[in-house]
Write a protein that binds this ligand. Structure first.
Ligand SMILES: [Zn+2]
Length: 125
């Protein structure tokens, strides 16, 4: 059985990705970066996530331990996905998915990302 890929994009449409899995592990994160973004993220393995357009239009943001790579569209500013080397896995923004009903996201757990970084409290508040 082939899985129909989920399609996602930034707001201006230059960055597009596809995910070959059902949405899983919805979560928020309480670190100083994620709490500002407010995005509910899903998880995908390296095999399941594919950037299909707009690689040149992505900006990379890294901070603190530099372990995670946070990507956003440099035109419209939308945070599309991240790569966590330590996992390793991709996180992608549920709000970027086509035809995904955000009202199905209930009781989304909030990860304690702020506890993972040592300089969090002093540097990024
Ligand atoms: Zn864009």
């Amino acid at each position: 059985m082939t899985i129909k890929p989920l399609k996602g994009s930034c707001h201006c449409g230059q960055v597009k990705f596809e995910v070959l899995t059902q949405p899983r592990d919805a979560r928020r994160c309480d670190c100083s970066l994620c709490r500002r973004k407010g995005a509910v993220m899903f998880t995908a393995s390296a095999d399941e996530f594919e950037l299909v357009a707009g690689e040149d239009n992505l900006k990379l943001y890294q901070w603190n331990s530099m372990a995670a790579r946070h990507y956003f569209c440099k035109t419209c500013g939308i945070y599309t996905h991240n790569w966590r080397r330590s996992a390793p896995e991709f996180g992608y923004n549920s709000g970027c998915l086509e035809n995904f009903d955000l009202s199905t996201l209930v009781n989304v757990p909030t990860g304690l990302g702020s506890k993972l970084s040592v300089v969090e409290s002093s540097k990024h508040k």
